[in-house]
Design a protein around this ligand. Structure first.
Ligand SMILES: N[C@@H](CCC(=O)N[C@@H](CS)C(=O)NCC(=O)O)C(=O)O
Length: 215
């Protein structure tokens, strides 16, 4: 059976969520470069051939073409038996955190980082300030939740952790958040994840040229 192919690019924490699973589960996979900054995901060919939602990541695996990192992580956990919830209550809790991640945590933080540092045009300061405030609020919620626990759900690493941490391993000059000092519980948690066997940092496992933050 061919190895899974992950359509991804180095700056994408959403892609990195899936790459972390593949790496930490010890799976062999093939990265397929998505030239996001040249507009690949906006190309009609991408939408008809890869993902009608116009997004990366896409994972080709076992004859399927999967998108939405949360759905991909759920599929991988279910089929590989790794990083999955261990009870019905945990399954719902993992789903809660993945939804919170997509809507509030990654949803605001990744957009903030993109506009702040990676977008070709300088951002509207009011939009940037709004996103920063929303991201900080989401960070406070996660930091508080991690006060007395090692992982988001249960006692072990789960796909909820892989989802929420996807953007936390990028350099501070890209996102501007002093995570170590402002959110110490998140900082310890992300170190726990980075110390998992097989973990590799995003710019070393996904294709695409790293460029300096534009601003
Ligand atoms: N909720 C989606 C978000 C995916 C997403 O926004 N991917 C970005 C790259 S990091 C993208 O392809 N954006 C294209 C666009 O918004 O036009 C997921 O978790 O997979």
């Amino acid at each position: 059976m061919p190895h899974p192919r992950l359509h991804c690019f180095a700056q994408s924490g959403n892609c990195f969520k899936v790459a972390m699973f593949l790496n930490c589960a010890g799976m062999t996979w093939q990265p397929m470069f998505v030239d996001f900054f040249a507009g690949t995901t906006r190309d009609p060919a991408w939408r008809t051939g890869q993902n009608a939602m116009g997004e990366a990541p896409v994972l080709e695996i076992a004859g399927k073409r999967l998108s939405q990192s949360g759905a991909i992580l759920t599929y991988l956990a279910d089929t590989k038996g790794r990083f999955q919830p261990v009870s019905e209550d945990e399954r719902l809790d993992v789903l809660r955190w993945i939804l919170f991640d997509n809507h509030k945590f990654t949803g605001n933080f990744a957009t903030y980082r993109f506009l702040r540092s990676l977008a070709p045009q300088p951002p509207d300061p009011a939009v940037l300030a709004f996103l920063k405030g929303r991201a900080e609020a989401a960070f406070r919620i996660v930091d508080l939740h991690l006060t007395d626990r090692d992982f988001l759900v249960g006692e072990a690493l789960s796909i909820a952790d892989l989802s929420l941490s996807g953007y936390l391993f990028y350099p501070e000059d890209e996102h501007g958040f002093d995570i170590a000092n402002a959110y110490p519980n998140i900082d310890r948690w992300r170190s726990r994840i980075a110390n998992m066997p097989g973990w590799v940092e995003p710019y070393s496992c996904m294709p695409g040229e790293r460029f300096l933050a534009r601003r």
